[in-house]
Design a protein around this ligand. Sequence first.
Ligand code: ADP
Ligand code: MG
Length: 210
Amino acid sequence: MKIDAKGYMDYVAKVAQKLADNRDYVTELDSVTGDGDHWVNMDLGFRKLLEQRSTLEALSLGELFKKIGMLVMSTVGGSSGVLYGSAYIKASQAIGQRESLDVPLLAEVLGAMLDAIMARGGAKPGFKTMIDPLYQGLEAMKAALAVGKGDRAALDALRAGSIAGMEATKAMEAVKGRATYRTDKGVGHLDPGAVTMCYQLQVLADCFSS
Ligand code: ADP
Ligand code: MG
């Protein structure tokens, strides 16, 4: 179960498709608690990466993550652009010279992304953001690895934890982001950024399993 730069760009293509399939749903969610542009921002970023697919997949894995971070930072507007941009740049440092992602390195990479997003945006788990599915998915994955469960069980834990974290945002009061501008703080509505983060983690787990 390993993913190299080329495999990672296959993942990027699958996420772009997943986003395309869910345009109206994500846009509607961000229209309720935000300003409605979250899907457009994410779609723009993933399409930009696909435009450069042949150049990107020739890079080493660490360089690929760094370049993705820079491209996302410069093309994607809104909070997502800077948060995902920082996440990829920090993850590239965690990867270093390693040429492929295995499940333990994936846990390190997701940990680096989580740290970068929290540092850049000043938010924590429970604030009703993209952090929630990432945090809960990663915690579940790390718990599985810590008790010696295999790759498949760790990926299943990542899937289940990220869905739980995404779903939990519905009941949360927003502490960061545009949903804080609402008097109800978004309670009763899923956070759009949590939904798209969850999509990415599901697709990632699927790419490892296939
Ligand atoms: P904007 O909020 O600038 O319009 P987007 O619509 O692209 O940007 O992204 C909104 C999503 O970004 C939210 O649903 C939330 O998940 C996430 N988000 C916003 N602010 C933060 C933050 N400070 N920390 C982590 N995630 C955040
Ligand atoms: Mg928005």
